[in-house]
Design a protein around this ligand. Structure first.
Ligand SMILES: Nc1ncnc2c1ncn2[C@@H]1O[C@H](COP(=O)(O)OP(=O)(O)OP(=O)(O)O)[C@@H](O)[C@H]1O
Ligand SMILES: C[C@@](O)(CCO)CC(=O)[O-]
Ligand SMILES: [Mg+2]
Length: 397
């Protein structure tokens, strides 16, 4: 079976409010970043499936004959994608050599890839292909790198299998899919996230799929079209952490203190709703300092709540303290435990203040950059529309 080559990309995300609480049915507000993960799928005639993941130093190839043995029964049809295939997952864990149920960076990425590949193609002939992925996002740092990865995998493999059409026309640089196809991409990406996160809420893959700013509640996704332009500073403390471990830690704490933690989650829910209201007011009336004062206080309160949930880290405390000395407010974003934080910049924040803050944070050993938000969701690219530096990496494979 010969598939068509394609390039796809999906954005990372920042959660403004609601991380962790969203796993327990509370509201989250999340926004896409203009930092993306790119995937190139190339048809080959080698009789192999190859996966090149230079961000995590993983380069693997399998013979189609080996892979075929993992799917002796017919699986996956378009409408049967609601949950992971536990039998396939068990075989895959054995195949990949996962011991004690412990998944490292490479195993998680491999399992997510093989699960989607074999589910999508398992009922027919397996195609020989090479998938290469390169991301502008730091891996495992709270900016939704896992979701951007699984959204790209889902889009490219569904396209290659013919389950969704190739949206790019000859004259296009980039193209997106229709709503129904995006929903299918999102549901497959969610399964990949289940492999990587254990118990994901689905907010990260929703942002990777649709882009923009979203309100997310119990699987329901509402795009927020009326939002002000926000200036955000992203800081990577570079402290490694795993979303899976942190999500499990919060669950344990809720189980241990069933009357103490739920009110904290309710308060985070109220913070997300209040933030959403303020953001909406900022688009319908003149923006005042008071709007920003409220946004800043909500950030401070939520950061305390996240510490209470057990997902803080001394490096994140340092981030908050250092930015506050410049009058700027920060919180962790994503799963916490290290990784990244966001700092809200006011429209009047002078570039010299931003520069000094960046310098202070760099002196702490952190990476720091001002970013624009609201990048498009998953899209297909013509070769011409992929940045040279990304092409240079992906063309090596
Ligand atoms: N560019 C990439 N190439 C290959 N695998 C990746 C890539 N980016 C992420 N992954 C996979 O996702 C895992 C990191 O996911 P994790 O959920 O812990 O962090 P995150 O998604 O960056 O943060 P958060 O979930 O808090 O937003 C990596 O260990 C790897 O398995
Ligand atoms: C920590 C968490 O809330 C966000 C990770 O970006 C996990 C999830 O929603 O799946
Ligand atoms: Mg993740």
């Amino acid at each position: 079976m010969q598939v068509k080559d394609c390039f796809v990309s999906a954005p990372g995300k920042a959660i403004l409010h609601g991380e962790h609480a969203v796993v327990h049915g509370k509201v989250a507000l999340a926004v896409s970043l203009n930092l993306r993960t790119y995937l190139r799928l190339k048809a080959t005639a080698t009789g192999k499936v190859c996966m090149n993941l230079p961000n995590i130093d993983t380069f693997l190839c399998w013979d189609l004959s080996e892979l075929k043995q993992l799917v002796p029964y017919s699986c996956a049809k378009r409408e049967e994608l609601k949950c992971l295939d536990p039998e396939l997952l068990r075989r895959l864990r054995e195949f990949v050599g996962v011991t004690n149920g412990k998944l490292d960076t490479c195993n998680m990425a491999t399992l997510a890839f093989l699960h989607i590949y074999l589910s999508v193609f398992g009922s027919g002939e397996l195609p020989s292909l090479t998938v290469s992925v390169w991301s502008e996002l730091p891996t495992g740092a709270g900016l939704g790198s896992s979701a951007a990865y699984t959204v790209c995998l889902a889009a490219a493999l569904l396209c290659a299998s013919g389950a969704i059409p190739i949206p790019l026309k000859e004259w296009d640089h980039t193209a997106r899919w229709c709503q129904e196809d995006l929903e299918l991409i999102n549901s497959w990406a969610f399964q990949g996230e289940m492999i990587i996160h254990g118990n994901p809420s689905g907010v990260d893959n929703a942002v990777g799929t649709w882009g923009g700013m979203l309100r997310f509640l119990a699987g329901k996704i509402i795009p927020l079209s009326r939002v002000p332009l926000l200036r955000i500073l992203l800081t990577n403390t570079k402290v490694p952490r795993s979303t899976k471990v942190l999500v499990a830690r919060v669950k344990d704490r809720i189980n241990k203190f069933p009357s103490v933690l739920p009110p904290v989650l309710d308060s985070v829910d109220a913070i997300s709703c209040t933030c959403e209201k303020v953001l909406s007011e900022m688009t319908s009336e003149p923006i005042t300092g008071e709007h920003y004062n409220i946004l800043e206080e909500l950030i401070d309160i939520n950061q305390h709540h996240l510490n209470v949930m057990g997902v803080g880290h001394p490096a994140l405390d340092t981030l908050c303290r250092v930015t506050l000395t410049r009058g700027l407010h920060s919180k962790l974003t994503g799963a916490g435990g290290g990784g990244c934080g966001i700092t809200l910049l006011r429209p009047e924040t002078d570039s010299s203040v931003v520069q000094s803050t960046v310098q202070d944070l760099t002196d702490c050993g952190f990476d720091c950059w001002e970013t624009s938000i609201g990048g498009p969701g998953v899209q297909q690219h013509s070769r011409l529309s992929v940045k040279d530096e990304v092409l240079d990496v992906l063309n090596q494979y």
